[in-house]
Write a protein that binds this ligand. Sequence first.
Ligand code: HEM
Length: 455
Amino acid sequence: MSIIDDPRERVYRPGPAPLRSRLPVLGGTLEYVHSPLATMARRYRDHGPVSELSFLGATWTALIGPDACQIALQNADKAFANGPGWGYLVGPFFDRGLMLLDFTEHHHYRHIMQEAFTRPRLEGYARRLAPLVEKGISDWTPDRAFEIYPALKAHTLDLATEVFMGGAEYARPGEIEQVNQAFVDCVQAANGYVRSTALPFTKWGRAARGRRLLEEFLRRHLPARRANPGDDLFSALCQVADASGGIDDDDIINQMIFLLMAAHDTTTSTVTSMVYELGRDLEWQERCRRQCLELGPSPTLAEVEGLSDLDLVMKETLRLHPPVPVLARRAVKDTEVLGVKIPEGRLVSVMPLLSHHMPEYWTQPEIFDPERFSADRREDKSHRYAWEPFGGGVHKCLGMIFANLESKLVLSALLRHFEWSVPLDYAPPMKNDSLPYPGDGLPVSLRPLAPAHVG
Ligand code: HEM
């Protein structure tokens, strides 16, 4: 039985009927938003790994399966560009962010920004994050239907304010809430149907206002970060930019806004999905908890990296629920993928999500089975691009280690303080109008950890 009609498919449930045939103009968009995985599976079955679709008012070439994704991500003949691809989706709101730069310019900026993610810097971020993670969950009130998604979203935003921006000490009263909202507005612009900033009440109109507010906020804070650098990401970026002489103040701000975007929803989504999977599999929850209870309340980077069971769980969760199911590109010259021609100017959507579910590469792909990543199985080695939640090639996620650190710190704090469960037959209604998130907030039955564990 395939993903298309398997009733056991849990999170990305297939739609009741192909919406595309009924609504030819918006159809491709609605079909995707309704059920990305089933849409990809249907498309792969009916049209193969390279096919045309209409999405958000444009014609795209869809690349599905690891062979096709690999060609675009490795980009050996430099036929695919990120800026004009992602730019179409996220508009001008993440302008000049690293992911939207290409070729020589991208190489230059990436080289500089890597310095903000060296091992000593990451150890510093861990020191700053650990106590804040612990403090953030300390005021959670356990409940039989505790909506974990909004709670985690608020928590990771607070963490970003501290660890990315260096705290709120320079903010005016109420400003942090405005900054958070501005940032959310920018992210939500991605799938706005009206793609113009002229109308203030549309998603794009709100995002344009949000972008201005973020720029103004960061510009005001920049001199203080430069004069008194801390162990936050904003300070690190100012320092590496100044040392290289290669990034001016405008671009420090552009990169900061992009980093906030790249980090926030992806990490929230990952942690939410880990809570969901561990709420269904109590044996794995207990196994992970045992390792976490051996750590103190402020684990170091090395200690977090030593949580081997949590590592397997995170990998398996990212396989089943990758926060970025589709990557955008545009062909900058005529090219071809697996024998199918792609004309210059064509938008291209690289769709790694289906690769994570293909029975050619994974045993029983719909089952949550973290051991498939263990040293003696390593199913992810079945194809170089079978598992690609962080992308691949020169644009591979720069924040991968940071994302691992933050996600595992949050999970480890939850495991040390709470136990939780979700009913086995429950699958959250996923919204896919930006990065995937549970429309019902993902209620879990959250309880304080029994004293037997703590003692
Ligand atoms: C689990 C969480 C995360 C996931 C799944 C994720 C996924 C991705 C993916 C798929 C890409 C490649 C996009 C493309 O090729 O078009 C990417 C790029 C990027 N990510 Fe992440 N990301 C995560 C967290 C983070 C965090 C926490 C940061 C920063 C602290 C970050 C910073 C970046 C940057 C700067 C890029 C652009 C790299 C480049 O173009 O050279 N990400 N991420």
